[in-house]
Design a protein. Sequence first.
Length: 562
Amino acid sequence: MAFVSGMVMGLVLGIGLAFGFAYYSSVRSRRRFELAATVAAFANMTVEDSRKLLPGVLYPSWVIFTRRQKLTWLNLQLKKIWPYVDAAASELIRANVEPVLEQYKPILLSSLTFSKLTLGTVAPQFTGVEIIDSGKEIGEVVMELELQWDGNPNIELDIRTRVGVGLPVQVKNIGFTGVFRLIFKPLVDELPCFGAICYSLREKKNLDFKLKIAGGDISSVPGVSDAIEETIRDAIEDTITWPMRKIAPIIPGDYSYLELKPLGTLDVKLVQAKELTNKDLIGKSDPYAVLFVRPLRDKMQTSKVIDNQLNPIWNEHFEFTVEDPSTQHLTIRIFDDEGIQASELIGCAQISLSCLEPGKVKYEWLKLLKDLDVQRDNKNRGQVQLELLYCPFGTESGLKNPPRPDVPLTALEKALDVGQDAGDLGSPPKKDAIVRGVLSVTVIAAEKLPVTDILGKADPYVVLRMKKSEAKYKTRVLNNSLNPVWNQTFDIVVEDGLHDMLVVEVLDHDTFGKTKIGKCIMTLTKVILEGEVQDSYPLDGAKSGKIFLHLKWTPQSIFRDT
């Protein structure tokens, strides 16, 4: 009996050990597969993935997260030849920058020239180099050099004011960090294998300098310091800051095709902003906007001031020349007007022109930030709505509904329908064109409207209103519905389609009045261009919900406002 029981126990123990070994082997095999997958993932890990796993401060000092390679060897050689570079570069700067300084000099100055110009004994330091794959042409090589310079130049400006006072102004304590772009183009079959070099300041990260009058403080002369500083910055921006570039021929030839040329126009409609930060202690901010593609004083455009409003509606049109849509941006800054005092920045935003499809209208809500370079906080500063249209010169934008044949072509038609050549820059601006037509608006339906009644429903209706003419149209009321279907069409005669806007408000009908649910504001440019648009639009001011609309444009005439 004891023998049988021992055999049974041994058999059970053996089977248990066999199952345990099999299970352990299965677990070990699965772990090996998981480890192999992890190792493979590490092999494919990008720099961004690595930064997510471990903060940069925990990496050893020899770990460098940059695509640019170090250039210790180049800095050693540059230090040796810097005296010769100084002499050549100083003469080049004098010849190229002086005419630009004269162009941008403030009105209170009669002349602005260099009396002394040397770059000093401290050579710049190249902190990185990168070869750029432009993806466009194989007949060029693009190189970017990251540069840092804390120099000791001897630069003195000879300044003459309108009243005959001479001011010898020194430019001191220059600190500069930026990225220079070199384009070797065209590639040829004779040494040195490229015909010319285009050079440009691709990115200006930091530029600091101080102005000092010999024997005194320039700040004691009212307005001069700021005016000269703006002039110097504008001169740099307008001479070598990308997309501006300089061309240095290496092999004799005609390289005029490498020069910067306007490629198209960017039409911007500043529609509205919402939930702006209030900068005033009493009342509300008085916001206005500054827009630019290139940060030059004469190329910046400013909107009107909307008094005492945190949700302003501008409905203003601006036009910019575009030289390189693949790299340029539209920047917008919203300020609070403080009267005679300096305006206070509410927030800024930026959008790349590369995201715009030529000839197609794009609507964007941009979040306002404190700074475009360094995001120091996540505070809500509001949003701004823009309508954007990029029109390349010499291309069609696809105007679906041209005007009647008996109406002569205008600047608008030339730009939007048959294109506009680069040589046709003298044509009247599109913002002055008047477009008449009939806008047919079909209010189709709405869905997921917020509850406004005690019983968990709403009695919604829609009011259509034209911003300029203030014409109003109203749908019927649909009782007890959060997903109403109207399917009502309204024909609205529009006298100025490019400058008018359609305001769509959804309201809740009440026995004792009405309650606002939400609204949306839309420009008419897209429906004018495409002829017919059907889409859904979110309702601003509502917790939820959107409205479905069908818009159709029937043109009557286009003429110029005189």
